[in-house]
Design a protein around this ligand. Sequence first.
Ligand code: ACO
Length: 335
Amino acid sequence: MLNQAVKAAITAVGSYVPKETLTNQDLERMVDTSDEWIQSRTGIVQRHIAKNPLHPTSYLAIEAAKNLIQKKNVDPSSIDLVLVATITPDMNIAATAPYVATQIGASNAFAFDLQAACSGFLYGMSVASAYIRSGQYKKILLIGADKMSSIVDYSDRKTCVIFGDGAGAVLMEKSTNGFGYENDFLRSDGSGREFLYMKSGGSLHPINATTFAEGGHYLKQEGRTVFKYAVQNMSLAAKEVMKKNNLTSESIDYLVPHQANQRILEATRKNIGIEDKKVLMNIQKYGNTTAATLPLVLADYESTFKAGDKILFAAFGGGFTWGAAYLTWNYDQST
Ligand code: ACO
């Protein structure tokens, strides 16, 4: 039984993006596209790309975790669980999270990966919140990290302009002031996997010369279909959470949506009826970093948030997976 009186709160945030950028002008030289097309269709101006082959997803996650640990002065040995949401693990086996935990000195933690594509961080907050409310674990480091450049085909203009690399981390602990993770509405629909997938490398299509020649190791998506489902389901989930918590578009302080595409965010915003200025965005700088977008928004806007701010999250991703969550922010950065 979950203890309704206990709430999990985000008590610290960290982030990391690689130094190297890939601009729309760079992409103009690689595929048949234009800065004008990319900006008007997606809102993206540049993305950060980890060009160093020795910097896989674990590296991004470790750097984001270190940033958080240093900012909040956390003792890594006090962390109970390291949860890494990612679709680009370093390897299929072993998982990325145990490596991250060891590298940051989380010597008393168990660790596992969570694969829910762009909804990974949202699902992760729900898992972390439930563990904390149950009293089973006290300190959870939740990281959303993706090196999308490792699975993007840079000759496919339909996908390569969208994605970037990055990582964001949050610490979730028991709330001591009543503010924290309230509740969520999470869903999935496996029939969506034909519209957004990486075909080979799993047990259905093990990698061989044929799958390799077909480019089965690259991410593929039917953009228009995904777009439609993303808007519909992010809007529906957000409305469910608003209803559950008696929230109105006026009472919500911020909408933190998965940074998929500026037009998806705009359509979702309109469906929910939230004012433009309440929608937090950084897609122009980073592109779609999959599991990292939500914590990267939290990191970029951390200094703006005040204790008690009402934040609505919404995400949609491969699987399909989607959902929304309601959280009251726990702290002022200055105090
Ligand atoms: N530059 C120029 N033209 C392009 C480009 C490009 N980079 N990409 C596609 N086009 C062309 C297409 O070929 C098409 O031309 P045609 O009409 O002659 O066939 C035209 O532009 C329109 O193509 P659409 O695919 O309809 O373009 P759309 O406006 O839908 O934008 C996009 C494409 C950006 C991919 C959009 O559909 C989208 O954002 N989809 C959702 C992405 C998403 O949210 N994914 C989920 C999360 S990701 C995850 O979980 C891993």
